[in-house]
Design a protein around this ligand. Sequence first.
Ligand SMILES: N[C@@H](CCC(=O)N[C@@H](CS)C(=O)NCC(=O)O)C(=O)O
Length: 235
Amino acid sequence: MITLYSFGPYFGLPDASPFVLKTMTLLKLADIPYVENHEGFSRAPKGKLPYIDDEGTIVADSTFIRFHIEKKYGVDLDAKLTPEQRAQGWALEKMLEEHLYWIIVHARWIDDANFERGAARFFDSIPAPIRPLVKAFVRRKIARSLRAQGVGRHSEAEIAELGRRDIEALAVLLGEKPFLFGDEPSGADATAFAFIAEVLASENDMPTRSAALAKANLVAYRDRLLKAYFPRFAN
Ligand SMILES: N[C@@H](CCC(=O)N[C@@H](CS)C(=O)NCC(=O)O)C(=O)O
């Protein structure tokens, strides 16, 4: 049985992290059972979640987890896709993971009201006397990462414009199809679902969320996949 090291449910979703939610969805698409463990962050091989322990084989990073399960369990989540669709799927995933992700991080951690409503809850189990110090330390670390990555150097208006374009691209690519490439899900749907679900979470008030809420196809896509794979979290 695979153990998935994850953060746990927050924001009305199965996990706080889009990368963990992507991995859970990949495992469900591949029909591979897993158990969650929320205590593994300090032992994460790359200092990040998710990672898995598959009967003693440790694999870190959602993309390498996908490669691992496809190889070990003989699954090709993109089996029905043309080479062009596979390429589009990869490009879309990396836009979401390496660009939109940082816009989500900016909204969650830098905006004080969003932080108090959302990410502050991650620290609830820390003893009260040191909680403010730990929160401030982690927020400073994340602000430094945002500057190093680049999004943290932009104005709020510029970040909103970048986020709007990501949402527009995703909405156009999805169109009126049930899944990104037709009637059946492929690997990129796990990523697209996870990121759009985290963007739409009500704790994170941001222009990018408003842009996503205005796209009925994206909201319906989030609802559809939530109901199909995580019914406990569906409305
Ligand atoms: N490329 C990684 C990204 C994972 C990632 O960024 N995880 C974040 C949570 S969303 C994390 O664990 N951050 C903790 C940290 O940077 O200290 C993947 O695809 O799994």
